[in-house]
Design a protein around this ligand. Structure first.
Ligand code: ZN
Ligand code: ZN
Length: 140
């Protein structure tokens, strides 16, 4: 296989992609910045993403990626950032507990609806399964 040439998604330079999506220079710079963020968070536990960006001049995107990759959890520090849904400050995952519960409820509701719809479509006209359906309704 010949190496793939790509534009660095960070600086736009053409480079040989090794699966990082960004060029070597940018990758090295990011690693350096991540190191800085890691040590900053260790010194200032429970910092907010904004504080880190302001203090170090790094991109919020980078800090968020580190959070998603679980870097801070590995370091044993908590960093606070807003829930993607309601903005409550959280330290793990993408959503706060409440939104997680809401999402779960929404998801299972949607699944039930889809399942019911699929069942209806499959059996339209069939008496046997319709009576089964009614039995289930009575059961609920
Ligand atoms: Zn680059
Ligand atoms: Zn939330």
């Amino acid at each position: 296989m010949s190496p793939k040439l790509k534009n660095c998604s960070n600086c736009g330079r053409i480079f040989v992609d090794t699966g990082l999506g960004i060029c070597r220079d940018c990758h090295e710079k990011e690693e350096e910045e991540m190191q800085k963020v890691s040590s900053y968070v260790r010194d200032n536990p429970h910092s907010r993403v904004r504080d880190i960006c302001d203090a170090l001049g790094v991109k919020e995107r980078l800090v968020m990626r580190m959070i998603r990759e679980g870097r801070f959890v590995m370091d044993g520090v908590a960093i606070e950032y807003p829930c993607e849904s309601c903005g409550t400050l959280i330290t793990v995952g993408r959503f706060c507990d409440k939104c997680n519960r809401d999402l779960q409820a929404q998801l299972s509701q949607q699944q039930q609806k889809l399942a019911a719809q699929a069942a209806k479509e499959k059996v339209s006209g069939s008496k046997v399964i319709r009576s089964l359906d009614m039995g289930m309704k009575g059961f609920r």
